[in-house]
Design a protein around this ligand. Structure first.
Ligand code: TXA
Ligand code: MG
Length: 331
């Protein structure tokens, strides 16, 4: 954990130009960035995260105007969404070009592109003459980081620099939509809600089962955002009552939406939004999961969030964290 956290964009640019890794703030989560056109730099990302190379990376640009230079183009429906939601928390899977390394696309022939809105990373991207490949800045399979401190704790000794940008405003990864077929297909719920996207392009195709985190070998990465403590999801009152038949209250930690549970001490409860605001809950989710995971408890109990707006992405992340690992992907 000896890396430098700071706000020096020019220093970040120097490191990136040398092919080194720099953690960057975005409005969704922090990214682990490198020159997306250099194989050695992209390879360093996979190594630092211990990420399987069949899991492709998102390329980040300042704006859609930068795509043509690299032989890329947003299909019509993607362009319609971009005019409304980019820069922002939406990622577009589109046909790749010869300029994009196979390591970035994992040989799929398609590339995911995103235009992050965070002002620090916008300023950075505008000064680079290459896009940044950047997955979330966590070891593969663990909860994504929403602060520079989260990055420093887990990958601090693997990055040249961590660009400080405050706590991520959205707190959940971008929504991913694929434009490889006639009907756009949702690949991952995220910071822009399904309702907002369908408001522009109509009904989306649903994710193919197991597709989201690994388009090459479906299903293998179903468990993601995993905590070391097991997680149960459901009605909190019922889960708590059942858990208390075999655990003490202090063996449990609760992640709730807007209501605390009576029989658990307040210090063992993270109530993500007392006012019932899904945006606020999303913003706080990953930090709460990390804190809960660091506690000396046996079990994490998480609420079912309303299946609407950002609630879908929250439920998706909790379910992935709770799914028992079926296949070891050496995450
Ligand atoms: O909000 C975000 O999207 C953050 C910030 C840093 O931009 N990035 C992020 O990257 O979440 P990552 O690598 O943790 O998740 C990207 C997901 C992976 O599940 C990957 O399989 C999928 O995007 N993906 C990337 N390229 C793809 C492609 N060509 N086709 C299908 N899925 C792809
Ligand atoms: Mg990730």
């Amino acid at each position: 954990m000896n890396s430098t956290i700071g706000t020096d964009i020019l220093m970040a640019i120097r490191f990136l130009e040398q092919g080194k890794l720099v953690a960057i703030p975005t409005e969704t989560v922090y990214g682990l960035a490198a020159n997306g056109l250099r194989n050695d730099a992209v390879l360093a990302i996979y190594e630092a995260k211990n990420r399987p190379q069949f899991n492709p990376l998102i390329l980040h640009f300042a704006n859609p105007g930068q795509l043509a230079k690299f032989g890329l183009q947003l299909p019509e429906q993607a362009a319609a969404l971009a005019s409304k939601f980019s820069p922002g928390a939406l990622t577009y899977v589109i046909p790749a070009s010869d300029a994009i390394p196979d390591l970035v696309t994992a040989g799929t022939g398609a590339v995911a592109v995103r235009f992050p809105a965070h002002p620090v990373t916008q300023a950075l991207l505008r000064q680079l003459d290459f896009p940044l490949a950047a997955p979330s800045a966590n070891p593969s399979g663990y909860v994504s980081p929403t602060t520079s401190q989260h990055v420093a704790e887990q990958l601090g000794d693997k990055v040249a620099y961590i660009l400080e940008g405050g706590a991520s405003e959205i707190g959940l990864e971008s929504t991913i939509v694929s434009f490889l077929e006639d009907q756009p297909r949702l690949l991952r719920h995220g910071g822009i809600s399904l309702e907002e996207i369908e408001g522009v392009v109509g009904k989306l195709g649903l994710p193919q089962k197991g597709y989201v985190d690994n388009p090459v070998a479906p299903g293998m990465l179903a468990r993601h955002y995993a905590t070391k403590h097991p997680i149960q999801i459901g009605d909190l009152q019922q889960l708590t009552a059942a858990a208390l038949t075999s655990f003490r209250p202090t063996d449990l930690v609760v992640i709730g939406f807007n209501e605390a549970v009576d029989s658990i001490p307040a210090t063992h409860q993270f109530i993500l939004s007392p006012t019932g605001n899904l945006r606020e809950a999303a913003q706080r989710l990953f930090a709460a999961l990390r804190l809960a995971d660091a506690m000396d408890v046996q079990l994490i109990l998480a609420a079912n969030f309303p299946e609407q707006g950002l609630g879908r992405a929250i439920n998706d992340r909790l379910q992935r964290a709770a799914t028992p690992q079926k296949i070891d992907t050496s995450n």
